[in-house]
Write a protein that binds this ligand. Structure first.
Ligand code: FMN
Length: 271
C-alpha cells in the first residue's frame, strides 16, 4: 500500500497538501489533483501534515507508526500577552520540595514533549527519566568526584575556575550539581544529529513543566562531567553506542518567585 492515499471523489484539487509538504513529495497532476509517485516514497518524512490539513478530509496517511492523534477543533486562541508572561515567568529552579513527582504527571508532560519539532521529522530523542533521589544524589557525587580529580591534577579545563568552589560547597553538605532534586530527565540519541532536536524537546519540557506545578533546571555541570567521566557515564546507564545530549533536573519548587528578573532586549538586525 502507498504511504499516502487520496480519495479523489472528495478532493477539490485545492493543492494545499502539496504546498505544505516539507519536500513536495505530493505533486499536483495536470488538473491539480494530488499525486504521490512511488519513487517519492523514500523522501516522505511521515509528518502527517497532508492528512492533518486537508479541508475535505480526503487524504489518509498509511504510515502505521504515526496515526493521527485527535483533531484541533477544541483548541482556542491563547492570549499572546498571557503566553508571553507565562514564558517570562518560567524560572530556573534550584530549591525543591522533598516531594515525589507523580509518574502520571511526567507522562502527561511527555504527551506534549513528544510533539516537539525535529529535523526531517526524525523524532530521534530518547529519554532517561530518574525519580529515585538516591540515584540523582549519586550522579551529583560522581560529578563532584570528577571535579575534585580535575582540580587536584590542575587540569586545564573551561570550568577549572569553578571546580574548587563547587567541591567546597559539596564538602559542606550542599548539592550544587543536582540541587537535591527529586527528578532528572536526560535526553539522548543514537547519533550527534540528535543534539538540536534534544535541546528543542528539553525546551518544550522546560516550558510545559510549570503548567503542572513543576520547576526545572538545565544541568550543564552534570552534563559536562557525564561527557568526560566514565564512572558517571556508566552510572547513568545509557545503552551502549548512544550519545548523551543534555540533562534537566526537576521537581516541585520550594519557593515562589515574586518578580520577573530583568533580561537583555532582543538583539535584532532588521532587514
Ligand atoms: C545550557 C544550560 C545549562 C545550564 N546549566 C546549569 C547548571 O549546571 N546549574 C545551574 O544551577 N543552572 C544551570 N542553568 C540555568 C541558567 O543558569 C539559567 O537559565 C540562567 O541563569 C537564567 O535564569 P532563568 O532560567 O531563571 O531565566 C543552565 C541553563 C542552560 C540553558
Amino acid at each position: 500500500m502507498s504511504l499516502i492515499s487520496f480519495n479523489l471523489e472528495k478532493c477539490t484539487a485545492c493543492g494545499i497538501c502539496s504546498m505544505v509538504c516539507p519536500i513536495n513529495v505530493i505533486i499536483p497532476d495536470k488538473e491539480g489533483f494530488p499525486c504521490f509517485p512511488a519513487e517519492h516514497e523514500a523522501f516522505c518524512t511521515c509528518c502527517g501534515h497532508c492528512e492533518a490539513i486537508c479541508p475535505t478530509n480526503s487524504i489518509t496517511a498509511n504510515y502505521q507508526a504515526f496515526p493521527p492523534e485527535g483533531d484541533t477543533s477544541d483548541i482556542g486562541q491563547i492570549r499572546p500577552d498571557i503566553l508571553a508572561k507565562y514564558v517570562q515567568s518560567r524560572r530556573t529552579i534550584r530549591a525543591f520540595k522533598d516531594k515525589t513527582i507523580e509518574k502520571e504527571k511526567i507522562e502527561a508532560i511527555f504527551e506534549a514533549v513528544r510533539f516537539a519539532p525535529s529535523g526531517m521529522n526524525a523524532q530521534p530523542v530518547k529519554w532517561l527519566v530518574v525519580t529515585e533521589a538516591a540515584d540523582i544524589k549519586k550522579f551529583a557525587k560522581l560529578t563532584i568526584d570528577w571535579m575534585r580529580m580535575m582540580a587536584e591534577k590542575g587540569a586545564d579545563h573551561p570550568l577549572k575556575h569553578y571546580f574548587p568552589v563547587l567541591v567546597t560547597l559539596a564538602d559542606t553538605g550542599l548539592d550544587p550539581i543536582c540541587r537535591n532534586a527529586p527528578g532528572l530527565v536526560y535526553a539522548y540519541s543514537e547519533n550527534a544529529f540528535g543534539y538540536t532536536d534534544s535541546i528543542i524537546a528539553l525546551t518544550t519540557f522546560d516550558l510545559v513543566a510549570p503548567s503542572f506545578g513543576l520547576g526545572t533546571c538545565w544541568a550543564g555541570l552534570l552534563h559536562r562531567a557525564a561527557m568526560e567521566y566514565q564512572p558517571l557515564k556508566e552510572a547513568l546507564g545509557i545503552p551502549e553506542g548512544f550519545i548523551l545530549q543534555f540533562p534537566m533536573i526537576f521537581g516541585y519548587p520550594k519557593y515562589k518567585y515574586r518578580k520577573i528578573p530583568g533580561r537583555k532586549q532582543a538583539d535584532i538586525i532588521w532587514k
